[in-house]
Design a protein around this ligand. Structure first.
Ligand code: DAH
Length: 344
């Protein structure tokens, strides 16, 4: 009579205990190799079955195979249990505490000048004006002579200029030279354009003056463009920009490229006209310069001043932003200080 059945029983019991004790996948694999591997203890027992008496072999072989089946099933179950435990542990470790306060995500935003430029362009676009992009680097002729500002004319003092190393080439001191470029491009068609862009002036940088700033120029040319239309259009702009019903006034002024020329004021947006620091007790804020395009300028643009007339205006978006928000120092605009920029 063989010992194999007893051996099998104790081997199976030992293997089951080892499986239960295996705490992770590595330990489990060691147990598998030891008991169920090709050189493992069970394989040894199975091999010894071959040495048995042929009469005993079938019954013992059956026992051995059944033990092997049970152990393999137990191994698979144990493996699944260990994997489930590992998954649960990972989930617990990675679990998010949704009650914690969130980390703030810094949000970018548009520069205040970009915001006001877009607003201004939108208002003019609504009134049928196209945007005309002119250049920052200009010729002296476009920036001055063709706008009726000859060399040595005292009016040039209004525009301190950055000249380049190329003779007769400068950084535009205002967006007005774009008027000539637009006229030469559109002539003899009627024109309704605005020209937004950066301007440059060779000046001492102070709270009130910067060496670079934006302007938005406007130009309308046609056969019957009148001063009345200039006023009506600008009042309409002011109402959209500063609120319907905002009072405006026109004051006579002088610019070489317009005749007659005016400046437009709006009732102070801070005090409403009673007088405060913003309007310097006048009750009014100056918003833009304007006028009827000078015949000489029309002619320089290619239009016959006997047939065509036009109006033009120019405003400073930074100045408007300063007035709207009570900003007292223009240098903030290009200082890139987030404490300033984040307020818009
Ligand atoms: N170019 C002028 C400046 O820089 C602003 C200006 C005034 C533009 C009157 C105009 C205008 O088109 O008609 O100060």
């Amino acid at each position: 009579m063989t010992d194999i059945p007893r051996e099998l029983t104790s081997l199976e019991a030992a293997a089951q205990a080892a499986l239960e004790a295996a705490a992770d996948a590595t330990a489990l694999e060691q147990v598998r190799v030891r008991y169920l591997g090709r050189k493992g203890s069970l394989a040894a027992v199975l091999r010894s079955v071959a040495d048995l008496d042929p009469a005993e072999r079938p019954a013992v072989g059956k026992l051995a195979n059944e033990a092997k089946q049970r152990l393999e099933t137990a191994l698979a179950l144990r493996r699944e249990a260990l994997e489930a435990a590992a998954r649960a542990a990972a989930l617990a470790a990675e679990r998010a505490d949704v009650t914690l306060p969130g980390r703030p995500i810094p949000m970018g935003r548009l520069h205040p000048s970009t915001q006001i430029l877009r607003r201004i362009c939108q208002i003019w676009a609504d009134m049928g004006f196209q945007i005309y992009r002119s250049r920052d680097v200009e010729t002296e002729a476009m920036n001055f002579e063709l706008l009726n500002i000859p060399a040595h004319h005292p009016a040039r003092d209004m525009w301190d200029t950055f000249y380049t190393t190329v003779d007769g080439v400068l950084l535009r001191t205002h967006t007005s030279p774009g008027q000539i470029r637009a006229m030469r491009e559109y002539c003899p068609e009627p024109i309704r354009v605005i020209l937004p862009g950066m301007c440059y002036r060779y000046e001492q940088i102070t709270a009130r003056s910067e060496i670079q700033f934006h302007q938005v120029e406007g130009l309308a040319v046609g056969r019957h463009v009148t001063m009345t239309e200039l006023k009506g259009t600008l009042v309409s702009f002011a109402h959209r920009m500063f609120g319907a019903g905002r009072r405006v006034r026109f004051r006579a002024s002088h610019f070489p490229f317009t005749e007659p020329s005016a400046e437009m004021d709006v009732k102070c947006i801070l005090c409403g006209g009673t007088g405060c620091f913003l309007c310097k007790q006048t009750g009014w804020l100056e918003i833009l310069g304007c006028g009827m395009v000078h015949p000489a300028v029309l002619q320089n643009g290619g239009y016959d001043p006997a047939v065509f007339s036009g109006f033009a205006f120019g405003m400073g978006p930074e100045r408007i932003t300063m007035l709207r928000h009570g900003i007292e120092d223009i240098r903030y605009f290009w200082a890139n200080d987030l404490r300033f920029l984040e307020q818009f």
